[in-house]
Write a protein that binds this ligand. Structure first.
Ligand code: GTP
Length: 254
């Protein structure tokens, strides 16, 4: 696998972009979009996150996004409450589409061209997922937001992000969370918790570090796509970390 450092050298020789990554998959949980609220969308947070994405686009980075739906409906919780799991997961996928449209709206309000592509066809609302078309959109500087997960129940949005990142030949998956990386124990509970700068896919799986589910980690590993875990709660952090600055943890093969 080409190391991140090698990638930096290769890409910096062909691109003026300060980022080592040409094409980035941003994965965010739905909870990020609810800000301080207990449920739904917080418009100022959606706007702030969109502005963060715009900053990366302005640097010449191609960005695609997968967002979750935990702020609206969580399939796993629905199933735990006695709902049929498949039905609950489909409801979660519809929640993702709502988040995707909210992000699209906020991005376009600030002049960023976007396309929403859904894994489940709903042609009156957005485009269907077509890989080659998505790549073309990104090459034109449009943010492509992949909605409805993988389109299948029993798969998480983390897996959807790893799948789309693989299909789109993304250079990295940037997992935006509420903390600035991966710790050896919960930093909210233990003030002495240590953040890893770098960790291997295998360690993530064997130490059960819970960055993403095992399917997503395996898919990223098989396709040699590094995963960068960073705080998406900090304004401007997405572009900063995409340029390998600030705090984050990178998950790679080594
Ligand atoms: P290029 O012409 O290839 O640069 O891409 P484009 O997306 O600008 O062209 P296209 O004619 O495919 O789409 C024009 C507009 O229609 C865009 O806003 C698309 O998002 C939208 N659009 C395209 N296909 C669909 C669809 O199946 N459903 C919905 N709802 N919108 C679509």
């Amino acid at each position: 696998m080409t190391s991140t450092k090698d990638q930096t050298n290769i890409l910096s020789s062909v691109s003026p972009s300060p980022s080592p990554y040409k094409r980035v998959m941003l994965k965010m949980s739905g909870e990020v979009l609810m800000g301080e609220k207990d449920f739904g969308l917080d418009s100022s947070t959606v706007e702030r996150v969109s502005y963060d994405i715009k900053e990366a686009i302005d640097l010449g980075i191609e960005v695609c996004v997968v967002v979750g739906a935990g702020n609206i409906f969580r399939g796993v919780s629905g199933a735990a409450d006695g709902m049929d799991r498949t039905t609950a997961d489909y409801m979660g996928m519809l929640g993702i589409v709502m988040n995707a449209l909210a992000l699209q709206n906020a991005l376009e309000n600030m002049g960023v061209n976007t396309r929403v592509q859904s894994a489940i066809r709903m042609d009156s609302i957005c485009e269907p997922y077509i890989r080659r078309k998505a790549i073309r959109h990104m090459a034109k500087g449009r943010v492509v937001i992949f909605a409805a997960g993988t389109g299948n129940p029993y798969f998480t949005t983390d897996t959807a992000a790893a799948l789309r990142a693989s299909e789109m030949n993304c250079d990295v998956i940037m997992k935006g969370t509420k903390v600035d990386g991966v710790y050896d124990c919960d930093p909210k509970v233990n003030p002495d918790a240590n953040r890893y700068d770098k960790v291997s896919y295998i360690d993530v799986l064997t130490k059960d570090l819970r960055i993403m589910d095992a399917t997503a980690i395996s898919l990223a590993r098989e396709n040699d796509i590094p995963i960068v875990v960073f705080s998406v709660m900090e304004k401007g952090n997405f572009a900063k970390v995409a340029c390998s600055q600030g705090h984050y943890t990178i998950v790679t093969n080594t």
